[in-house]
Write a protein that binds this ligand. Structure first.
Ligand code: SF4
Length: 478
């Protein structure tokens, strides 16, 4: 076969090239929600590239539009429906356009979504993303949408990169750019069933990825120039409990601590982060790792959701406020200046004024570097959606504002205290609107901007912080 190609005339080579050009198609991907979805979009893009699709950022030139959706709040779901309306107009002008919907809205709404938006050609839940390639391979279907929902214990996706491929792993980015920081999915799903959360229904139970495959992916990404990896899971610190058949993290920190140690040994990797942690599965050895392993940085996201025990119990969070504060103390003992962020839900059904004020007390006590605070949003199928005493929008809005005002003052105070400090900053990109302005993050996960005539992307350099506001710092190279 190779000999025939080598011996081909220029005309036949041109024909071959033309054929190749003819079969390259374009996919436009829109990703909503969490980092897990970004990682899933990248995985689907890599499967589509194997089918001769290339990424386009311009929806008008796409042959396939993939919406990777989020269902965490009702507003996020509405955005998907409204986007499907716009895409329908595009499909009317271009009938051969394929529309695929993946992610948590696909799983949660299922075929009902197709009734609402019959222009959908492919519907794939987060547990079946590996099937996108098969659907694309299929001959044009007869107007019947192709649907894959539900969860397998071990999907093809999880075993799609063997240890024999070490060093060969290549994952494209959905931005279409070379990135210095990337996500690596290490565990899918969640076993916890917090009463407000839809994740166990949309992403299934916990299934960990083999350590060898994770290391393979990390090495491959580092070979491509990646310097920071964020290990992802809805409940990332229960990684590997399914392998050792327990629901309780062992006293030594268990498989997740082992995984972090192994990943940190990858040559060329400068930083490891992980998200999202459940305080219930957070161990002292994990806190101590921040002290002993410089690649871990000095930042952690540890969601608490509420500062009141009664609300935490009704959320089924499995930890009390004092147990949560115990974990914060482990972290502060390990790294006294560690930066901590959290997630908070304001206006959980039945939340009283006093219970809300306990959350305000908690944020003042912990002094988070920042918080992701949201008004409670009832998700169909969850236990909390059936609770009585749902709060009015006005009460939730007012409480959210009070909380954000307090937190913003704390964030500003902490950022101002950074002025004069020297911080190691890993630079991610050059600001496209301000040439020579490089943007990176410090060990504490604070955004830092530095002017430089030389390209700083991918470098970790000491920076003297010279100015700050609530959002970011500015500095000069030390
Ligand atoms: S631990 Fe996180 S992902 Fe799991 S149910 Fe609770 S909030 Fe949802």
């Amino acid at each position: 076969m190779h000999e025939r190609k080598i011996g081909a005339s220029m005309d036949s080579l041109n024909n071959l090239n033309n054929d190749k050009a003819a079969i390259v198609k374009k996919v436009h991907i829109e990703t909503w929600g969490c980092q897990m979805n970004v990682a899933d979009s990248e995985k689907m893009l890599s499967l589509l590239q194997q089918r001769n699709y290339e990424l386009t950022l311009n929806v008008d030139e796409a042959d396939l539009v993939l919406l990777n959706t989020c269902h965490i709040r009702e507003k996020a779901r509405h955005k998907v429906l409204s986007r499907l309306g716009v895409l329908n107009q595009l499909k009317n002008k271009k009938p051969e356009l394929k529309i695929a919907v993946s992610g948590c809205v696909a799983q949660a709404d299922g075929k009902k979504l197709i009734e609402l938006a019959p222009q959908i050609d492919i519907l794939i839940g987060p547990g079946k993303i590996d099937q996108i390639g098969h659907f694309i391979d299929a001959t044009p279907h007869n107007g019947v949408p192709q649907v894959a929902l539900g969860f397998d214990r071990h999907s093809e996706e999880q075993n799609s990169t063997s240890t024999d491929d070490i060093g060969k792993f290549i994952a494209p980015t959905v931005s279409g750019k070379k990135e210095v920081t990337r996500f690596v999915n290490v565990i899918q799903g969640c076993n916890n069933f917090c009463t407000f959360c839809v994740v166990p229904f949309t992403r299934g139970r916990e299934v960990s990825k083999e350590k060898s495959q994770i290391l393979n992916e990390v090495r491959g990404l580092v070979d491509q120039g990646v310097r920071e990896i964020t290990l992802l899971g809805q409940n990332v610190n229960s990684y590997g409990l399914d392998f050792i058949k327990t629901e309780i993290v062992p006293q030594d920190g268990g498989p997740f601590v082992e995984l972090l140690k192994a990943v940190s040994e990858v040559q060329g990797l400068e930083r490891i982060r992980f998200t999202t942690s459940n305080p219930h599965d957070f161990t002292r050895p994990l806190a101590n790792l921040f002290a002993s392993n410089k690649k871990m940085g000095r930042y952690i996201h540890l969601p608490v959701q509420s500062g009141n025990d009664h609300i935490l119990e009704r959320m089924k969070r499995k930890v009390t406020v004092s147990e949560y504060l115990g974990r914060i103390n482990w972290l502060k003992e390990a790294v006294p200046d560690i930066a901590i962020s959290t997630d908070l839900i304001v206006g959980f059904p039945g939340e009283t004024e006093e219970e809300f004020e306990d959350t305000l007390k908690l944020i003042s006590e912990v002094e988070y570097s920042f918080v992701y605070a949201f008004k409670y949003s009832a998700r169909k199928g969850t236990a909390a959606a059936r609770f009585s005493n749902h709060l009015s929008e006005e009460i939730m809005e007012a409480r959210l504002k009070r909380l954000n005002d307090i937190q913003n003052a704390i964030t500003l105070k902490q950022n101002q205290a950074e002025i004069g400090q020297v911080r190691d900053v890993l630079f991610f990109y050059e600001n496209s609107k301000i040439p020579g302005m490089y943007v990176g993050r410090s060990e504490h996960y604070r955004t830092v901007r530095v002017k430089s005539e030389r390209n700083l992307v991918g470098l970790t350099l000491p920076v003297i912080i010279t100015a700050s506001n609530k959002i970011a710092m500015e500095g000069i190279l030390n």
